[in-house]
Design a protein. Sequence first.
Length: 224
Amino acid sequence: MANDRKLDIHPTQTIANTLSEEGLLLATLILTEPTLLSLKWGAVLSIVGTLLVFWEHGYVDKLPVISGPYRFVRNPHRVGIWLIAFGLAVAARSFPGLLLVLILLPWLQYLDHEEHRGLVDSQILRYRFHVPALIPTLLPFEATPNRWFSWKRAIRIPDWSSRSKLICFAAIWSYLLVSYNLRLPWWGAIIAASAWILIKLFLLQRKFPLFYFRKKRAVSPNAL
């Protein structure tokens, strides 16, 4: 008998993932008025966030192992994604996008920012006391020895959620650059957003077979 794949996803994480992709996509693109200055500032923020995400994936450490960006902030991945999203909202000069990034997303991310709350090791408690969850500190925590950065891990990014966000952000940036040069109408954003949602649904079907609608095959009594 085949085992069914179960997805154990916290509700706040699901909402945050949806808003950071589809929500930001719609809020940013529909009411976008990019200028050369906004694109430059947005690009700086997004590049910093992207580098932080790659740096974090180059270590992919989990508590109690502490190294790389985890010495400065407990959730470097969420900080990196937030910086990329903030850069997109700034580049697009989108008030709904800025409202989403500055108020709603940080709150939802903070609700689910700890994956190891049950750990009571003294070093972990000291780490949580000295290292902030979402705002990096200037005084790094002592690193776990013999932990090195890996370019292979950084480029590969095995996590599906991270890859999906980065692809979505790249698509938004591509649309902003095209919109700035060609002055696309507002309905162009709806077409672009709809195309991305359809592509993501297709990728989800390939990633998680439980999304397929298949007929149940009868099981022969002899096969049991």
